[in-house]
Design a protein around this ligand. Structure first.
Ligand code: HEC
Length: 268
């Protein structure tokens, strides 16, 4: 809600744009996981919990995005703003409409031209003050962006805990890919992506916060302790059979439920 146009909270929190991907191979899914990880972006964006997906929901746009000092009108952002990168801000306030990445844009999507990788690297490091992404991270992000397409019909979809659970699956796919590539930073970022999704679930499940927090801490310990892929896969297996099932069963009492969400927003 921190970057949502006042009055549009319900619309944003209950609906999302659809996206149909040209293929859902491991690279695309890894890219989709990293796209939702705030720690990919550095500094203020990461602190605020903002990821690529906050502006480009499911790789599309966000007509309700509004962040003081970054947006002019809803749906616009100034990505060269000093809010994101104190060192690189261009000192001008020049927000533009957040583009829908399913549409051809000014950056070529052609894989042979290879323009997306340096563009994304520049976004992360120069605009958002993030750490230098590894080639495996950039490859995955570019594969995802290239795959984003419009569905037909191009309609809004509801939101549900299944979105976050699928994103945790993506994070696991990403971790496996990064382990295979020997990319330790990529493994840690994939774990951070999964933990962020657990945090998003916690916002909607006040009654399960403690369990979600402990699941997140267990994940963190696996990453920090460099415990290897089998330990991570055991965690995921346990999560899928335990907490994930419980969350699915309790969805009607969570803030993914339209009526519960409306009531909670009315109390705000
Ligand atoms: C604060 C909102 C915001 C965030 C976060 C954000 N973007 Fe964007 N993105 C924009 C805006 C606004 C533009 C248009 C910039 C311009 O035209 O100069 C843009 C442009 C792009 C484009 C170029 C589209 C074209 O025209 O071809 C790509 C690709 C892209 N973003 C990917 C990403 C990725 C990957 C991330 C995360 C690393 C990200 N964006 C994070 C707002 C955002």
């Amino acid at each position: 809600m921190r970057w949502t146009e006042p009055g549009a909270e319900y619309a944003l929190l209950s609906k999302q744009p659809s996206a149909c991907l040209a293929g859902e191979g491991p690279h695309v899914r890894s890219g989709r996981a990293l796209f939702g990880a705030p720690t990919l972006l550095g500094g203020q964006a990461a602190k605020a919990g903002l990821s690529c997906a906050s502006c480009h929901i499911n790789g599309r746009g966000n007509p309700h995005f509004l962040l003081f000092g970054v947006s002019a009108a809803p749906g616009t952002a100034d990505v060269t703003n000093s809010f994101f990168s104190a060192a690189r801000g261009n000192g001008r306030f020049d927000p533009v409409a957040i583009p829908d990445l399913a549409m051809p844009g000014k950056v070529s999507r052609d894989a042979k031209a290879g323009a997306l990788e340096p563009f994304i690297r520049n976004l992360i490091v120069e605009e958002f003050g993030g750490e230098e992404p590894t080639p495996a991270m950039l490859g995955a992000l570019a594969a995802y962006v290239r795959a984003i397409g419009q569905c037909s019909p191009d309609t809004l979809m509801g939101r549900g805990v299944g979105d976050q659970l699928r994103a945790i699956d993506d994070g696991m796919t990403s971790a496996v890919l990064m382990f295979e590539r020997g990319d330790h930073a990529g493994v840690l970022l994939s774990i951070a992506a999964m933990r962020h999704q657990l945090g998003l679930i916690a916002e909607r499940y006040p009654g399960n916060r403690r369990e979600l927090l402990s699941a997140s801490r267990a994940l963190q310990a696996l990453g920090d302790g460099n415990r290897g892929l089998p330990a991570l896969q055991r965690w995921k297996h346990g999560f899928d059979r335990g907490l994930a099932q419980k969350l699915r069963r309790g969805e009607g009492r969570s803030l993914y439920d339209a009526a519960q969400l409306r009531n909670a927003l009315a109390r705000e």
